[in-house]
Design a protein around this ligand. Sequence first.
Ligand code: ATP
Ligand code: MG
Length: 451
Amino acid sequence: MIRKLLRKVFNRRAAKSISGEPARIPVSQHGIRREQVSPFAVKVCATLQAHGHQAYIVGGAIRDLLIGHPPKDYDVATSATPEEVRTLFRRARIIGRRFRIVHVTSGAETLEVSTFRANQLAETDRHGRVLADNIYGTQAEDAIRRDFTVNALYYDPATETILDYHHGVADLSQKTLRMIGEPRARYREDPVRMLRAVRLAAKLGLIIDPAARAPIRDMAVLLENVPTARLFDETLKLLLSGNAVRCIEQLREEGLHHGLLPLLDVILDQPVAERFIWLALENTDERVRADKSVSPGFLFAALLWPEVLREWKERQSAGEMAQPALFDAMDEILDAQAAKLAITRRVIGDIKDIWAIQPRFDKRTGKTPFRLIEHPRFRAGWDFLRLRALAGGVPQEIPAWWDRFAHAGHDEREELLRAAPQEGAAAHKRRRRRRKPGNDGDAAAEAAPAP
Ligand code: ATP
Ligand code: MG
């Protein structure tokens, strides 16, 4: 009751500040100096301002700097229209049709420059989802249109001042992720905000404000109306955030994995496959945090692997030959996935390469190993094999053998080939070992003879 009352009062206060002036927070309070932000973003703002436009660094970068995270990329908000922005910069191009923004590039850095959006929704679908949003407005209107208070902070590099329309700085210091406006309405406009809430909370260690958290479970189903390509982008951001484990845990807690990602649906409700998936996610998080490259293909190959194994085994039990059964299983799982989340074609190619190479690691005789180590995807395939071994689905000895083989000289290779168990014997031994409990998603595949 008291909480309700407090919220009411707070909402009224927040609503007031929308129509009013923003808080102007000087550098002496927030501490972000011009030198700490991307010089390119500073330059772009300066150019826009020199031509009579308003321009601020906005969004994730300011939020991240305030809590001491290095920003991933920079967004600029301006009163200039996309056309005006484009004419001011040599390497600038307008992208998007429904949400037009300008990408301004210098070297490897790309800034997203967006024009202040008006606080009116141009076009929505029958669920209330915003389809087009190209009506421009004032900065205050633009601030209302942003999702969370901590994302509506505008930093002016010229004066080093932050303009805060929705108490974002205070929320951030209280580790709260608060929605601007009425959460249900905001999720209806754009269901992806539910995923953003989970991702940002996990990444920044914020608590999702109860008012924003409560409706998620009921509204999760709205994600089904989001275009599959956009879901792919968001899911990738989530998985490559360096906090995939925490994100997925929280998605699960909020009931958001159902319907969203068929792959997570199946996998997370299936204890046998879990160990493998968590290992894959932990491995990805470690790599992201160590600034190592992560391949989306590798990650999706891992997430979908338990399903492919299940399907592969079923097909073989039904009498299909091992090799075609694997390729059919791959296609079937990828098709089912595509209906919900459009994995890009290039990534699909990578996934298939990694899967298709797996059975070849079983063949450790004759010329085959020499050909395999020359295969352009040997390294990715081997990494994947090692992950399977870590999860207990493949004997550790196999990836170890391949590592030695790949790095050995001629004589040592001959020696390794002599010492390697023959395929039939190895498969037989593994089949017996597999009877032990606590195995992972690989159990299914090993039960089937490797092609
Ligand atoms: P990060 O870049 O770390 O993923 P971000 O908050 O910067 O986080 P972007 O996708 O770069 O995310 O978006 C930039 C800004 O645009 C956000 O901070 C927010 O103000 C606004 N924004 C992005 N997506 C939405 C959305 N779905 N609804 C409302 N505002 C959004
Ligand atoms: Mg950003």
